[in-house]
Design a binder for this molecule. Structure first.
Ligand code: SF4
Length: 319
């Protein structure tokens, strides 16, 4: 297994209290797989994923418990110098907003070449050649002139292509894409998704974080659904879309536009995700669930396997 996260807990500490944002997350991902980590904003998806390359600011973030094994290396305990070598080289990250991922002060070519020269022993000319090649691969027209552009001289879609090139240029084993299309308009979203699908190598793994079920349905081989800091369902994508079992997953899918629901108002999930530190007792989804039972308000469900490779955290499946 390329990536194995087990029993990950993340807390955010302030002067007067500690907030548990992520509790007991376990996930695994192998080469060739695309894991779609889905859930509404505020469920703990990004915190979980940014903890993999230890990019959460600490303080206030703290990881009191858990293990993150990447290709056999425990990323939570490996020395920072080793982690720096792994970031960018073995793990590429595509951030949500290209304007914050790219430095506004430097030309895009310089930024791409810096990534290459940080990890590879190549000449300036060789790094420029590779940067040009990747600008072309991600569909930037006329790379020879665009390599000298500053980020603000490119459209949002073109900037995100540059961010993708930066994340993939060293052909990392794991790519973490945090809401890679959220900041883009719908037409550009489709282009960027197609590009990511085309560039995903069979020997690499992609962890795709999104609140958009439509995005994962197009790309993922496996799905993990998060709610209020916990994993509530995991399954292979085909099984998940054929037979989602957790009431939250079912509600997310009912909120997805489809040809069957064309012309009808889309369903929404009542209420909001509780903020970290304000999770309700019992099942954390109970005050929004359409299948809630009395015991759901008191008993916290455990994640359990209901069929091979399909796990659900819900008291409906309590034996
Ligand atoms: Fe709904 Fe109860 Fe299952 Fe929670 S445990 S998802 S409230 S049925």
């Amino acid at each position: 297994m390329l990536l194995e996260i087990s029993d990950l807990h993340i807390e955010f500490a302030s002067e007067d209290r500690t907030i548990r944002a992520v509790e007991g997350v376990s996930l695994s991902l192998d080469r060739g797989q695309v894991l779609g980590l889905v859930g509404e904003s505020g469920c703990g998806k990004s915190a979980s994923c940014m903890s993999i390359p230890r990019l959460l600011p600490s303080p206030p973030a703290r990881i009191p418990q858990g293990k993150i094994l990447f290709d056999g290396v425990d990323l939570l305990t490996t020395p920072i110098e080793n982690l720096r070598k792994i970031r960018g080289d073995k793990i590429g990250i595509i951030f949500q907003d290209p304007m914050t991922a790219l430095s506004p002060l430097h030309r895009i070519g310089k930024q791409l070449q810096e990534v290459i020269r940080l990890h590879r022993n190549v000449t300036l000319a060789e790094s420029r050649k590779l940067a040009l090649e990747w600008l072309d691969r991600v569909g930037i027209p006329d790379p020879t002139s665009k390599i000298n552009a500053y980020p603000h001289e490119l459209s949002g879609g073109m900037q995100q292509r540059v961010v993708i090139a930066m994340a993939l240029i060293l052909e990392p084993d794991l790519i973490i894409a945090d809401e890679p299309t959220t900041a883009l308009d719908v037409t550009i979203q489709a282009q960027v998704l197609r590009l990511m699908r085309d560039l995903h190598r069979k020997d690499s793994a992609l962890l795709l974080i999104t609140h958009d079920m439509g995005v994962v349905s197009q790309m993922a081989t496996h799905i993990a659904v998060m709610y209020a800091g916990q994993i509530v369902e995991t399954a292979e994508a085909e099984e998940f879309f054929r037979s989602p079992q957790h009431p939250y997953s079912q509600a997310l899918l009912r909120a997805l536009p489809s040809s069957a629901t064309r012309g009808q108002p889309l369903e929404s999930i009542p209420g909001n995700v509780p903020s970290a530190g304000n999770f309700p007792p019992g099942c954390r989804f109970h005050n929004r669930c359409n299948a809630v039972m009395d015991k759901c308000k008191k008993c916290a469900p455990q994640l359990q396997e209901i069929s091979p490779d399909h796990c659900v955290r819900c008291l409906l499946y309590d034996k």
